[in-house]
Design a protein around this ligand. Structure first.
Ligand code: NAP
Ligand code: HSE
Length: 431
């Protein structure tokens, strides 16, 4: 073991600090398992004078070229976040013949193809396990362990911030702003948490997973994304009464209509395995024709869990360098498949609305939704809000485009003051 594989880190924030910690504290077992010692030589930061949570022997620099052009550095690990300069620096590193490891789903979801092409051209590896599911192994299982399966569905909770927030809002009645601040303080949220709460972070992750699972490029624009910003405490309360919990789900399916990928809040039964996924944990179900159902569960965000995945990628690249081998699996999008829009998907729905509290209103509501082929499974009227009645409708399974028309029709009724929330119900057999 005379060679030392040298790493250049781009970023020394939440994840970068975790990577330095794991590579330092577990150095000897990592060297044994990788077949080579691994040392961090340089770290790119914005502000080298900032007080850091961890001290390091590596040189801190603000000059990206001094890292990615350093001939002694074999592996560049990008942990800056955001699209630029991360994308450009990763491309330059690949073109310099460096292996690249990243946790960046923003770049992988949008520029995966061009990065894979650069890696292929330069015969180096591009590894991105931490970009989805934090510490949970999911990219490598999909690319390797489940590679013999025809996969029909990938579904789960892939954003730690929103799962943490929904969990605290449900179990402790915390308000949105307070619990978001907590998730930020714990290092779960992105630098700009809009992507977490708006569903974009989960959309990027399901685009990556769907592309690998179905062997076709699923672009970010192909994913319909809705976050948790419209969820109100009333919806959480009604859900509890009905035996549901609200989760932000990312779902990708391949059907005879093509591939669909979407992110939206959903009511799931309290008995569903995803209902037990709490805090910042993530869980991902995969359905394959040979394996059946497989579930991956663990910490989806945070410094050390994410570092665990990044360090495994560094070790994979280091092993190849040490053994002069090349075990790369780069782009696996071998086919162009039809993207099936969310309007073609089906599920039961929960609709909460405010209406006039007078005779004939229920009949008008039932008639309006019935006209769009939407039939009602149950109707609840429990309380008044001022002079209005709050009404909750649960539909049977309905096509999304019919449901949207029904909501438009409802909103146009003179007796309906406001359609407050519309949430899909997932994991029930309501026909
Ligand atoms: P972070 O805490 O904001 O850290 C970013 C680091 O990059 C900081 O050290 C910052 O320098 C440096 N940096 C940013 N822009 C730079 C620039 N233009 N030039 C030089 N340095 C720059 O971010 P993070 O939470 O570690 O996330 C890093 C990546 O991992 C992101 O892609 C994120 O999506 C992904 N990820 C994060 C988690 C998580 O739980 N946090 C989980 C999975 C994946 P300074 O320290 O000097 O400010
Ligand atoms: N902000 C992300 C999350 C980090 O909360 O899941 C992990 O990708």
């Amino acid at each position: 073991m005379d060679k030392v594989v040298r790493v250049g880190l781009l970023g020394f924030g939440t994840v970068g600090t975790g990577v330095v910690r794991v590579l330092t504290e577990n150095a000897s077992l990592i060297a044994q398992r990788a077949g080579t010692a691994i040392a961090i030589k340089k770290i790119l930061v914005r502000d080298p004078n900032k007080k850091r949570a961890l001290s390091t022997a590596a040189e801190l620099t603000t000059d990206p070229a001094s890292v990615i052009r350093d001939p002694e550095i074999d592996i560049v690990v990008e942990l800056l976040g955001g699209e630029e300069p991360a994308r450009t620096l990763m491309l330059e590193a690949l073109n310099q013949g460096k292996h690249v490891v990243t946790a960046n789903k923003d770049v992988m979801a949008k520029y995966g193809r061009e990065l894979f092409e650069a890696a292929e051209k330069n015969n180096v590896n591009l590894l991105f396990e931490a970009s989805v599911g934090g510490g949970i192994p999911i990219i490598r299982p999909l690319k390797r362990c489940l590679a013999a399966n025809r996969i029909s569905e990938v579904m789960g909770i892939v954003n730690g911030t929103t799962n943490y927030m929904l969990d605290k809002m449900t179990s402790e009645g915390m308000d949105f702003a307070t619990v978001l601040a907590e998730a930020q303080a714990k290092g779960y949220a992105e630098a700009d948490p809009t992507a977490d709460v708006g569903g974009l972070d989960a959309a990027r992750k399901i685009a990556i997973l769907a592309s690998i699972a179905f062997g076709t490029r699923v672009r970010l624009d192909d994913v319909s994304a809705e976050g948790i910003t419209k969820i109100e405490p009333e919806d959480i309360d009604y859900g509890r009464e009905l035996g549901y919990v609200i989760k932000l789900l990312a779902i990708a399916q391949e059907t005879d209509k093509g591939v669909n990928a979407r992110v939206h809040p959903a009511f799931i039964p309290l008995t569903h395995p995803l209902a037990a996924v709490r805090d910042a944990f993530n869980a991902i179900f995969i359905r394959g024709d040979a394996v059946g159902d497989a579930m991956f569960y663990g910490r989806g965000a945070g410094s050390l869990p994410t570092a665990s995945a990044v360090c495994a990628d560094i070790m994979e690249a280091a092993r190849d360098i040490a053994h002069h081998s090349s075990s790369h699996i780069l782009c696996t999008c071998f086919e162009e498949k039809r993207i099936s829009p969310i309007s073609e998907t089906e599920s039961p729905y929960y609709i909460r609305l405010l209406a006039e509290d007078k005779p004939g209103v229920m009949a008008a509501i039932a008639g309006a939704v019935g006209a769009q082929q939407v039939s009602l499974n149950s109707v609840i009227q429990k309380r008044r809000v001022g002079t209005r009645a709050e009404i909750v409708l649960i539909t049977y399974k309905v096509k999304d485009e019919d449901l949207q028309l029904a909501v438009q029709t409802l909103s146009g009724l003179s007796v309906v003051n406001k359609v407050s929330t519309v949430i899909r119900v997932v994991g029930v057999d309501a026909e």
